[in-house]
Design a protein around this ligand. Sequence first.
Ligand code: NAP
Ligand code: MN
Length: 267
Amino acid sequence: MTDDRRNLFVAYKQEDEVLRKVEPLLELAQNYGFTLVDDYKKANIIASIGGDGAFLQAVRKTGFRDDCLYVGVSTGELGFYCDFHVDDHEKMMTAMDNNQVEVRKYPTLAVTMDHDDSTFYCLNECSIRSSIIKTLVMDVFIDDLYFETFRGDGMIVSTPTGSTAYNKSVTGAVVDPKLQCYQVSEMASLNNNLYRTLGSSFVLSNERKLTFKIEQDNNQYPIIGIDNEALSIRHSESIRFHLSDLVVKTVKLKDNSFWHKVRRSFL
Ligand code: NAP
Ligand code: MN
């Protein structure tokens, strides 16, 4: 990595246990010629310390920068976004020191709310579900095609890298992040002679747009989750989704492909 790309911002929780592990790492990074910056806007490399959840937070809090390299450092088990363990100093420095550091790009999902046209990005998924005991009802459109009316607990729209998270818990497929696509999975849909949905997850190409139109006359109280943050959308009638051009870049290591991670975590 060339010298002008050595501004490092490290996101971590101010907790004694974390600090004890982070401090030696910060010192080491400086010894290797990295400049620690307090302002993430000045960084070229953004590292998160924690787990996958901490990585998702770090990416969100720093605004999904596509001109930065994100590095996930785990304090526990290696997850999906964490390629390094906090104690494995050598591996980290060797990888970052290598001039030919290979970069991998993760697709993100763009979610737009109709009431104010605000757009949010997701690295894992956007989930929408009822916050009350009643079912959530919404019409699902693929491009301009009315597809189905969903009635049930909710739906999950996930990126390929998010396919191993919430999506997998509702039996969605695990999707290779090299594919430019996103997946829609149901949470407990009602299926009977009155209500009918596809019933299985489906995968959409990056050329498709997806829209959920939430039924308005039923006093619904949906809650929406973008990765590990909650949004209130009581005023939104429709939510639009598409695969964004914005990508999150991370370091690519040997023997650490997505499928290595799937095997390590699940098999
Ligand atoms: P959390 O409750 O700690 O997350 C649940 C678990 O998902 C954690 O073990 C987390 O790993 C792991 N995880 C996160 N992203 C993953 C990915 N892309 N592939 C495989 N596992 C992943 O909350 P969190 O750490 O803030 O993570 C937020 C995510 O939790 C959401 O984006 C959603 O995908 C997931 N979630 C799952 C369910 C469910 O399965 N029923 C329900 C709600 C949310 P770490 O321990 O390393 O953080
Ligand atoms: Mn977590």
